[in-house]
Design a protein around this ligand. Sequence first.
Ligand code: PLP
Length: 392
Amino acid sequence: MDSWIGDVRSRISITSKKIYLDNAGAGPLTKDVIDSIESFLRIWNDEGEPWDEVLEHIVESRRLFGSLIGGKLNEIAAVPGVSFGLNALLSSLKLDKGTNAVASSLNFPTGFYTLHALRSRGVLSEVRIAEHSDGYVSLDTYERLIDDKTSIVLVDYVSWITGYRERIREIASIAHEHGAIVIVDSFHATGVVPIDVKADDIDALVCGMYKWLMGPHGAGFVYVREELIDDLEPMLSGWMAIEDSVIKRMLRGERLFERPFNIYEFKPARDATMLEWGTWPAIAFEGALAALKFAIRFDMPNRYGSHTSKIVRRLMDLLESKGYKLVTPRSSYAAIVSFRHERPYELAFHLKSRGIIVSPRPGIIRVSPHFYNTFEEIEKFVDSVVEFDNKR
Ligand SMILES: Cc1ncc(COP(=O)(O)O)c(C=O)c1O
């Protein structure tokens, strides 16, 4: 085993007890995350809430998340999760009357509900769903659905269900030809594969921490392209979302509460923090900061080419060689591999009894290894699947 992987695994205690292949459900905790949360709670308990440190850590977590996707500090907002971030963003867009949104049927459901909510309030005229076949949505389908009345194209970088890795740059190009913006949910991609929002021409991106980035629930980020920030007009807001917020005061070197807040005017922040609204889940962001440092220290996304993609390929090859039908398209994927199974729940229970963790989904088993998994773990997993099916 390479030395880096031994080091990584020694910091993820579940790897010594289980074969953990469910990063698309929730990532395992690292020692780094647990230690940082414990230390934060200890300080709060012993000395009182470390408020200045909270503010500094929020800024630092935004900066580090930005560095993972190629975004600048002013383009990143710290939010409690993907659904929250999407709603903050969508409610700030100035949309012309009668426009439609296009979303991939492979997206996680939450994005549809945010769009349907806008449609039922009459903000959007229609939500068009780009249907998939054979595990992916063709570019032709996007071409057909996106028109000059489309204002938003919402697409997950990697599908939570089939594992398809979308052709974001091409989709962005189609959307931009028609004047629409592209919003990407990168929950199953950030930390797994290298991402560059500028190269992909992404207008906005949302991501949470508790899956592949191996942080806690309650922490996530929104990236908004600088030029788009100027066009936002928030319908909802709060004391952390204004130009004179305490965090802005801290960054200007001012004392946080020396001046009163001006309650007679509304000047939203001129950066992505206009989407932050109120106090962040500080405990979650302590863990998130430790998780981001871990991701960067171990160069997680850049291990994809040299390691993760190889174990994913081995997984696909082994499953197919044993006669299993992959749902994940071979043409484009990241680290989610789904295959058909008639009894996914029974199989998942069997695997769990063998200390192997995967996700059952309707008619499929979803396996999601990450950069810390090994070839031996993949082989043991496939052997246990075959063992279950041979017993029937
Ligand atoms: C792609 C994707 N986006 C969003 C979510 C939900 O995120 P949140 O609960 O932070 O709103 C999930 C959850 O599994 C997901 O897979």
